[in-house]
Structure formats: C-alpha cells, structure tokens
Design a protein around this ligand. Structure first.
Ligand code: COA
Length: 182
C-alpha cells in the first residue's frame, strides 16, 4: 500500500493548482484515466479503470502518511490530471498524466516545474527517477524540458496493454533541474 503525505499548501502555478485529490474528483479521474490514450502510457493504472479503482486510490492516500506525494492537477477548479512522486526520500519516482483534451498546452511542463521545485526544496536534493514508454515522444519532450536525462532502457509491465513495454529510464538531478528551470 502506498503511503502518502500531502503538500502542506496547494502548489500554485500561473495556470494550475496542484493539491490532493478528493472524493469530488472521482468522476473526473475515472473519465480521464479510462481513455486508452492516457492509460496505455502509464505503467500501473488498473485496466479497465473503474470508479472503485479511483476510490481505492483515494483510500490508500487518506489512510497513510509519509512516503509518497500524489497530487491532482487542477484547472479552474476541475481535475484535469495527476502528478506525483513515489518515495519522497531515498529512491523516488516521478509520474504524471493529463486528460486528452488538455494536451499540447504546456500544462505538463508547467506542473512538473512547480512540483519538482517543491520536491527538491522540501524533501531534499537527491535525484528523481522517471521514464517513458518508447512510443511516448511527447512525454520524453516534457522530461527533456524539465532536465531529465536518459540513463538506460528496460522492459516495464504496462497494465493497460497487458504486456511489458520497452521503457526509457531517466533521471533528474537537482543541479540540472535548477540550471534549466531557474
Ligand atoms: C505526456 C503528456 C503528460 C504531455 O502533456 P502536455 O501538457 O501536452 O505537455 P507539454 O505541452 O508541456 O509539452 C509537450 C511537448 O511535447 C511535444 N510533442 C507533442 N507531441 C509530440 C510528438 N508526437 N513527438 C515529439 N514531440 C511531441 C510538444 O510540442 C511539446 O514540446 P514543445 O514545448 O517543445 O513544443 C500528456 O500527453 C499525457 O498525459 N499523455 C498520457 C499520459 C502520459 O503519457 N503520461 C506520462 C507518462 S511517462
């Protein structure tokens, strides 16, 4: 079970708010993550994604403290995506998604910059791991803009596709993040 710690205050960006997801967000979570174009790019999203999956996710966030930082990406009061870090200290992994109607507007990069600044400032300077499936150039571009660098290739299980998929493994150091995102 994941163990989550919410940000003390919502993280505000020029256009977005990053804050813990709530029960009122469940309908939007299910609608957006059910889109195969979203789910197939994520490793651990159950498939098909149902209301009970979103409820179980929120219950695990609410029941636990201290290890992960999962936040909703909110635009004009509505959830449009998610962003998070599993493992705040030690080995930590960054992930994110947006509903399809919200792609191509710079939101992932904007949310990622604010989120990672918060992570480095609040939870220490250690590197952050991430990566993308090889058929996800948009996400690779987001990571390049944030400063992530390729460190290898692995096979990673994708629940939505039901098989392992080639995955580009990446890493971000605080020094590189701050040099590219002053
Ligand atoms: C990946 C994802 C988060 C990107 O969100 P976004 O808000 O559209 O990203 P941004 O607008 O901040 O940046 C996208 C960049 O990719 C580029 N891009 C988009 N499609 C591309 C493609 N097919 N090939 C190469 N670059 C592409 C854009 O031009 C932009 O780069 P630019 O700013 O230099 O022009 C979004 O598409 C998504 O949620 N996809 C499904 C889930 C997912 O993939 N999550 C990440 C898992 S690793």
């Amino acid at each position: 079970m994941s163990r989550a710690i919410p940000a003390a205050e919502p993280i505000e960006t020029p256009r977005l708010t990053l804050r813990p997801a709530a029960a009122a967000d469940i309908g939007r979570m299910v609608a957006e993550i059910s889109d195969p174009a979203v789910a197939r790019m994520l490793a651990r999203v159950p498939w098909p994604y149902r209301r009970r999956d979103a409820e179980a996710f929120l219950a695990s966030v609410a029941a636990t403290t201290g290890r992960d930082l999962p936040l909703a990406i909110v635009l004009d009061g509505r959830l449009i995506g998610g962003i998070g870090l599993s493992g705040i200290r030690g080995e930590r992994e960054f992930g994110y998604w947006l509903g399809r109607d919200h792609w191509g507007k710079g939101y992932a990069t904007e949310a990622g910059r604010a989120f990672l600044a918060h992570v480095f400032n609040t939870f220490g300077a250690g590197p952050v791991n991430s990566g993308v499936f090889v058929d996800n150039p948009a996400s690779m571009r987001v990571q390049a803009k944030l400063g992530f660098e390729k460190v290898g290739v692995s096979m990673r299980q994708c629940l939505a596709r039901g098989r392992p998929v080639e995955h580009i493994d990446t890493i971000l150091t605080r020094e590189r993040f701050e040099s590219l995102n002053p």
